[in-house]
Design a protein around this ligand. Structure first.
Ligand code: AMP
Length: 604
């Protein structure tokens, strides 16, 4: 089915920040954008926390609400920009007292609680590096990331600490301090109470000089193979956070903004915390879990103007509220404050774009970016028509291209160079020209994988796209084996490694199996060791084992037994072939398959 373009004039509520797309692209420069931020007093550099918090305290925004925190029981607690400035200064002083300084890593393992914001921005004030972790990770991914990040401070709750860190603390000698949010530090040896430390700290703090190139944030992401990659971001990223929220989220002063992303991932940081606070808007923070009624209630009661969410969440809402009406659920809430809806993280099916228009009264604006880009790169803008199913067009200041692919699915090199495909509709790997301020500055301690992400002055995204004749980009799929499930990027290698630690597992291959709501679910194919039987009990045991180790967000949802996993000649499990077999797709190039007799059999 071909979806009709949604005309901008049918959905515009206020004059958009980005008026004329072509003109803005022609006139845009990042140095002009940089001038929109204030910088530290006395020309002492650029610090994200100054732009997001302290800058506002010298203006009328000091009394404006920065955070509107909705607790699980629906009670609401508000913090003004002035409150946030004082709290973040207290936390910066706490760190200083603990001997934590410039470049030291402060890791959070927290849900959406008010303290998270204090810790993130306080650490940035102190010029320490903030690394958020997803609180639904199990003990293995948490410990691995604490090690890889070289964490010196962890801020978490007593429950999360007990379940995910305490048992491994001895193996983390570099972790000097664990600060507990809320109750419970007294009963946990080797931890300190954040509240007690904050009470004793001064609420005055002067941000030290900060170079725009100083490391500010560390976000872990997953590759096809090897350990998770720590993408390094610097304070200068604030320029891109500000401009992209201005253009792609159309934030206006006095807006109430709600980003539903978990703060353990890059969207929750760039757009759940940094970008909206730099804009001085009011950020809604919901401590609760997804629930259709709860979400509609928050949109209505908090008078949300701009809503940034994810395709999986929209698909879940669509299930409770089909497009064919009678729309009782959303219509029983007053959504009249809503002005702009955007979504990111996975392909947004055209049905969801149109469902938004028909049921919520506004279409959903899809946009595209990734951990490495730090900020939105491609978007549907308020001032442009929407082509449902398309990710939109590059932001002003962002140059994108489609590169020809080689047999391995990634951008092809000929004589050391890549080839840019100009013809409309050609499919290839999406590449971006380096130079935007929030571009990652490398994977931590991993020069090899950093170098592999760049070629011929392009950053290679690992995504397959096509661009139509008018410059709109359409997502095709991943060029590698990483899995997007409910919007979270999962490295198959991490899941395979955990499974391999079970005594029954000889080998494992992990793929994403398409799912109508979650995008993909994680499915593992397992070859068993001699002496273990492919029974329901073994499967149940493996599923439980993986869940305990990896956490529910990463663990496989399905396990199939297969004593003949396909291998490349170099001995690696061929996930691509497992996926093709699972989905009944053509097997593609199998010239690297290990055994030619198997190859003949498979292709017969
Ligand atoms: P992450 O680094 O975890 O934010 O994941 C980034 C990846 O999510 C991208 O490389 C894409 O594969 C996928 N992604 C993000 N936004 C979109 C989108 N609008 N459409 C399709 N895929 C997306």
């Amino acid at each position: 089915m071909r979806w009709e373009t949604i005309r901008k004039d049918t959905v515009l509520r206020v004059a958009p920040n980005l008026g004329d797309y072509d003109k803005e692209c022609a006139e845009f420069s990042w140095s002009k954008a940089r001038a929109r931020l204030q910088g530290l007093p006395g020309g002492q550099g650029l610090n994200i926390a100054h732009e997001a918090v302290d800058r506002h305290t010298a203006s009328a925004r000091a009394k404006a609400v920065a955070l509107r925190c909705v607790a699980r029981d629906d009670s609401v607690d508000c913090l003004t920009y002035g409150d946030l400035a004082r709290a973040t200064s207290r936390f910066a002083n706490v760190l200083r007292t603990l001997g934590i300084g410039r470049g030291d890593r402060v890791v959070t393992l927290l849900g959406r609680c008010p303290e998270l914001y204090t810790v993130v921005l306080g650490a940035l004030k102190n010029t320490s590096v903030l690394c958020p972790l997803f609180s639904a990770f199990g003990p293995d991914p948490v410990a691995q990331r604490l090690r890889l990040s070289d964490a010196q401070v962890l801020v978490t709750t007593s429950e999360l600490y007990r379940r995910k860190v305490a048992g491994q603390r001895e193996a983390l000698p570099g972790l000097r301090h664990v600060l507990i949010v809320g109750e419970g530090a007294d009963e946990l040896p080797g931890t300190l109470s954040l509240t007690a430390l904050m009470t004793d700290a001064s609420d005055a703090f002067t941000i030290p000089p900060t170079s725009p190139r100083d490391m500010a944030l560390l976000h872990f992401t997953s590759g096809t193979t090897g350990s998770p990659k720590g993408a390094v971001h610097v304070h200068e990223a604030a320029v891109a956070h500000y401009m992209t929220a201005l253009y792609a989220l159309d934030l206006h002063q006095d807006d109430v903004f709600w980003c539903t992303a978990d703060p353990g991932w890059v969207t929750g940081m760039s757009y759940g915390i940094v970008a909206p606070l730099i804009h001085g808007v009011t950020v809604v923070v919901d401590a609760g879990d997804y629930d259709a009624c709860r979400w509609y209630r928050i949109l209505a009661e908090q008078r949300v103007n701009v809503w940034y969410t994810a395709p999986t969440a929209l698909r879940m809402l669509m299930r409770t509220t089909p497009r064919t009406g009678p729309y009782d659920l959303p219509r029983s809430f007053d959504l009249s404050a809503l002005r702009f809806i955007a979504s990111v993280g996975e392909p947004l099916n055209p049905e969801a774009v149109v469902w938004g228009r028909d049921v919520l009264g506004l279409p959903v604006h899809d946009n595209w970016w990734q951990t490495e880009t730090g900020a939105i790169m491609i978007a549907n803008f308020a001032s442009c028509d929407i082509r449902p199913g398309s990710m939109g067009r590059p932001l002003p200041g962002v140059e994108a291209a489609v590169l020809r692919r080689g047999p391995d699915g990634r951008a092809e090199f000929t004589d050391g160079h890549v080839t840019v495909l100009e013809e409309p509709g050609a499919e290839g790997e999406l590449a971006l020209r380096p130079g935007w301020p929030s571009m990652f500055r490398g994977y931590l301690n991993d020069e090899q994988r950093t170098a592999a992400a760049f070629a011929d002055d392009w950053y290679l995204t690992g995504d397959l796209v096509r661009r139509d004749a008018d410059g709109w980009y359409w997502f095709v799929g991943r060029a590698d084996d990483v899995i997007k499930s409910t919007g979270h990027l999962i490295g198959p290698f991490e899941v395979e490694s955990a499974l391999m630690e079970h005594p029954a597992v000889a080998e494992a291959g992990v793929i994403g199996r398409p799912d109508p709501v979650a995008g993909n679910i994680v499915k593992a194919f397992v070859a068993l060791r001699p002496g273990f039987d492919a029974t329901t009990a073994t499967r149940r045991d493996l599923l439980a084992f993986a869940r305990r180790r990896l956490g529910p967000a990463v663990a496989p949802r399905e396990i199939a037994f297969d004593q003949h996993l396909p291998h490349t000649r170099s001995g690696k499990v061929m996930r691509r072939l497992l996926r093709a077999r699972e989905l009944g797709l053509p097997q593609g190039d199998i010239s690297t398959l290990e055994d030619s007799s198997e190859r003949t059999e498979q292709s017969a």
